[in-house]
Design a protein around this ligand. Structure first.
Ligand SMILES: C[S@@+](CC[C@H](N)C(=O)[O-])C[C@H]1O[C@@H](n2cnc3c(N)ncnc32)[C@H](O)[C@@H]1O
Length: 306
């Protein structure tokens, strides 16, 4: 898991995490400690985020080892009470081409919303190469190939999110956790999280604590008539057990309105996907079950193929 994370996710994106994750993959002591926590709590992003939350070093593998072993009791406690809830506003740049193409106005319902910063795609600015859309809020850069960039922002008249554990952008501890989840070199992502969090805090969304299968229908029922309902999710289903994923896909595919997914092709399978652009880790953007584009994890690039 740590080798895979280093090579396919961190390489070329976070040299610090690539080096550290490779070191952990050969660190028998830390691997043995991780064996003592549930399998769902062993993933790299969670361990590295927890150590950073506790003030531990991540830029030197030896110092990381020393800190993590010495503070294992605290690290383990945080691993057990936290989950990876990276809330990445940059992913709105992946959603915009689809959202802008749908009949307006929109009623947005995000599944696995974390703190809900992706519920404000109409309040951010976007830069697809030299093409800019919107002029307020953080600028979200995305290298887009294979299709023309969107030319308008969506008009959003309703927004609501569903999450097993909604985070509160006005709570300093929740924000500290969201920041600890951002990879060390990515100051631009910390900056845009703060900007996006301020936008969300000024007009907080409805965030419901609940499960994406059991509690989705009742939230859908609250969407206003007269707006195009868009149920969407980004980087959520890898956290959901396979049978529940299948139940969710069936439910989402049968809802009124549209279903937009940005998920790994290993968790939502599609027929006839073209080969990805390269060996890096890509998600797939899909509209109503039809795959449209390969997308990078934090919204930094998308290659349209439909
Ligand atoms: C990696 S975060 C992604 C957050 C957000 N979608 C984004 O892209 O910025 C995944 C989120 O899905 C939520 N989640 C996982 N399983 C869920 C479930 N069964 N029902 C609702 N939310 C769930 C987690 O609590 C977490 O906040």
């Amino acid at each position: 898991m740590y080798t895979e994370f280093a090579v396919r996710e961190a390489r070329g994106v976070s040299p610090i995490y690539e080096r550290l994750s490779l070191a952990i993959s050969g660190d028998e002591t830390i691997l043995a400690l991780l064996e003592a926590v549930p399998a769902s709590k062993r993933q790299p992003n969670l361990l590295l985020g927890v150590v950073r939350l506790l003030g531990g070093p991540v830029d030197d593998p030896a110092a990381f080892h020393e800190f993590t072993v010495a503070n294992w009791r605290a690290v383990q406690a945080e691993l057990r009470t936290h989950a990876t809830q990276t809330n990445e506003a940059g992913r709105c740049a992946l959603l915009l081409p689809v959202l802008a193409s749908l009949p307006q106005p929109l009623a947005l319902l995000e599944v696995g919303a974390a703190a809900g910063v992706n519920l404000y795609p109409d309040r951010y600015a976007y830069r697809y190469g030299g093409h800019e859309v919107g002029s307020r809020g953080p600028v979200l850069d995305c290298a887009l190939t294979g299709t023309a960039p969107p030319t308008r922002l969506p008009e959003v008249v309703w927004r609501a999110g569903l999450d097993l554990n909604p985070l509160d952008v006005t709570d300093p501890w929740d924000l500290a956790w969201l920041e600890a989840l951002i990879w060390p070199e990515h100051q631009h992502r910390r900056d845009r999280l703060r900007e996006a969090a301020a936008i969300a805090a000024a007009d907080p969304p409805t965030l419901i604590r609940g499960d994406l299968v059991d509690d989705l229908p009742s939230l859908v029922a609250q969407a206003p008539p007269g707006a195009t309902l868009v149920v969407f999710h980004t980087s959520v289903l890898y956290q959901v057990p396979a049978p529940r994923r299948a139940a969710f896909a069936q439910l989402a595919g049968g809802l009124p309105g549209h279903w937009v997914a940005v998920e790994a092709p290993t968790v939502l399978a599609y027929r006839g996907l073209p080969p990805p652009p390269d060996q890096a880790f890509y998600n797939v953007l899909a509209l109503d079950g039809k795959p449209l584009a390969w997308t990078r994890g934090h919204g930094e690039a998308m290659a349209w193929f439909a």
